[in-house]
Design a protein around this ligand. Structure first.
Ligand code: ATR
Length: 279
């Protein structure tokens, strides 16, 4: 039986063990998947937790808050490798432990794009996309969103300089992409087909300030957070967005991508979606 886990702190409420257990059962894969608390108060606490898991026979792991940057550093180290999308994201959410070292990948952005395109029926090619936020969540989504060939992508953030840094970052990997950065106030008079919330403002119970007229007819609003209607989605409803979605589908899709990387089998995610959110 091959062993996998998710590292985080806190980790008790993680849905990943249930998701991967369902994938394993559905695909007939012989594996276990557990939640592991790694310490935040010790230098190298994350790397040591990973080393201990490998010593116990671990084959791979997911990484969640607050360790994605630690996992990136680990996979950047000598003898280890990073996928191009993890390098652009500056963060790792999936580790593969091989005899030839550790591979770090990031499946968050591709999970977001797959949820939008395959499940919500929101095409991104040729569309105007607005990405709210410039932290780790926004950076992780950026590469896969640009790979989907939108007409244009705007990064808006409370701290404009951080949005500008992200926009500058993708010039090397996506030289033909039309990307700009601005403040929330500068969105007045602009219109978008897809608006993605990658800020953590919802945690404070308030949406970021967005102007009336922002959502084009038929536009989609996507919150990377999940849970019952988030402040961002309540606001999107008021502003006339047609499609409203939280990040639960992204969570399932990023997990499926990790599972496929580890096992070479892509699980069907529809059943797990129903399990997590019964109709
Ligand atoms: P994460 O890894 O979740 O993206 P982060 O790197 O701390 O976390 O980034 C949080 C993002 O949410 C940032 O874009 C932050 O804006 P600033 O760069 O200006 O700090 C944004 N954010 C958090 N709270 C916010 C609030 N109350 N209003 C607007 N933006 C907020």
């Amino acid at each position: 039986t091959d062993r996998y886990c998710v590292f985080g702190n806190p980790i008790g409420h993680s849905k990943s063990p249930a998701i991967h257990a369902a994938f394993a059962a559905a695909t007939g894969q012989d594996l276990t998947y557990e939640a592991r608390l790694a310490p935040v108060d010790q230098a190298d606490g994350f790397a040591e937790a990973v080393a201990a898991f490998i010593a116990e026979g671990g084959r791979g792991a997911n990484v969640t808050v607050p360790f994605k940057e630690d996992a990136f550093r680990l996979a950047s180290g000598p003898g280890n490798r990073l996928t191009p999308r993890a390098r652009l994201a500056g963060a790792v959410n999936t580790l593969v432990f091989g005899s030839d070292g550790i591979l770090g990948d990031n499946t968050d952005g591709v999970g977001l794009v797959r949820d939008l395109t395959d499940f919500l029926g929101v095409s991104l090619a040729g569309k105007r996309i607005l990405l709210l936020g410039a932290g780790g969540a926004a950076r992780g989504a950026l590469g896969p969103l640009l790979d989907a060939a939108p007409a244009h992508l705007t990064i808006a953030n409370r701290t404009v300089a951080r949005a500008e840094e992200l926009a500058a970052l993708v010039v090397a990997s996506h030289p033909a992409a039309a990307v700009d950065a601005c403040s929330f106030a500068a969105l007045a008079g602009r219109q978008y087909d897809v608006v993605i919330n990658a800020t953590s403002a919802s945690l404070q119970g308030e949406p970021v300030p967005l102007p009336a007229g922002l959502y084009a007819p038929g536009a989609a609003a996507y919150d990377m957070m999940y849970g019952s209607e988030t402040p961002f989605l309540a606001q999107a409803r008021r502003l006339g967005a047609s499609v409203l979605a939280d990040g639960l589908g992204m969570l399932v899709e990023q997990a499926a991508e990790a599972f496929a990387l580890w096992r070479g089998v892509r699980p069907d995610t529809a059943a797990v979606r129903r399990l997590l959110r019964p109709a």
